[in-house]
Design a protein. Structure first.
Length: 280
């Protein structure tokens, strides 16, 4: 190939490139011109509307912040779980809610507090679910102890609240000494823990009270003739298991004991052993 041919092809490639550039430039000028003409005819109207809307939104920003999407939703469904003695209507009335109310007026914590005011309810979980439903799960209270006074019986729940139970139910429960009535909530919590950790032991309790001098719970069981002192706090499974183990391992000492002290962690002290029983 000669030098002239190379120059010829070089000029042809440069010419085509300049031609394409001029074509792209013409297209850009056409698009820009079209956009300018459209803006002169109609675009300025949209700009004006945008400016007006922006000013209006800025002026009403305070009211926009007050808009609550929940105001447009109403409670439609109430789901209740765990109720046996209480009917659906009882729970709804106690929760102070009703279908049709605004979701914005529904506060789960307030509903839970209202439910816990009912003695027959031990615990409650409340959850508001999107878009318009309320879920309530309750655990009903159980009778844990009773008080006999002036020929009447009062049954108390795990939270130390009185329950509408019969005399027959009261007689099958541990009896709280009337002198310890001021400690009914603490005693109820203690017995509830015993029931959950060692049900057979709880079922053997006949009488329970509070000793201010010893700062301990005094418990009398149906199968022994002495009192057992339990600590006022920090109850665990080991505490009740230890009492059972001592009873099985030192049965003869239990027959002669007048008191078993369980207040010290990991130890059980048998006191006031009758001397006649010491040597068998």
């Amino acid at each position: 190939m000669s030098l002239n041919d190379t120059n010829m092809f070089g000029r042809r490639i440069g010419y085509n490139e300049r031609k394409r550039r001029r074509k792209r430039a013409r297209k850009r000028r056409v698009r820009v011109g079209s956009a300018v003409r459209w803006y002169k005819r109609k675009g300025w109207i949209l700009t004006l509307l945008f400016v007006i809307a922006s000013v209006a939104l800025w002026q009403s920003r305070f009211y926009l912040n007050q808009i609550n999407p929940l105001e447009f939703r109403h409670l439609q469904y109430i789901e209740i779980e765990g109720n046996r003695m209480l009917s659906w209507e009882d729970v709804v009335q106690s929760a102070q809610v009703e279908t049709g109310m605004l979701m914005s007026e529904l506060d789960a914590d307030s509903v839970k507090k209202s439910l816990l005011q009912i003695p027959l309810i031990h615990s409650a979980e409340v959850e508001s679910k999107f878009p318009s439903s309320l879920y309530i799960k309750i655990q009903e209270a159980s009778p844990i102890l009773s008080v006999l006074e002036d020929g009447k019986a009062t049954v108390y729940s795990e939270r130390g609240l009185s329950l509408p139970m019969s005399m027959m139910t009261a007689l099958h429960l541990p009896i709280l000494e009337t002198e310890s009535l001021g400690k009914v909530k603490q005693v109820a919590a203690f017995l509830s823990t015993m029931l959950n950790l060692n049900k057979p032991l709880y079922e053997r309790v006949s009488q329970v009270g509070w000793s201010e001098n010893d700062r301990a719970f005094e418990v009398y069981f149906k199968d022994v003739g002495f009192r057992v002192m339990f600590p006022e706090s920090n109850w665990d499974k080991d505490l009740f298991t230890l009492y059972d183990a001592v009873g099985k391992g030192f049965r003869r000492d239990f027959l002669c004991a007048s008191e078993v002290d369980m207040r010290f962690h990991g130890f059980a002290y048998i006191k006031n052993i009758d001397k006649r029983c010491t040597n068998g």
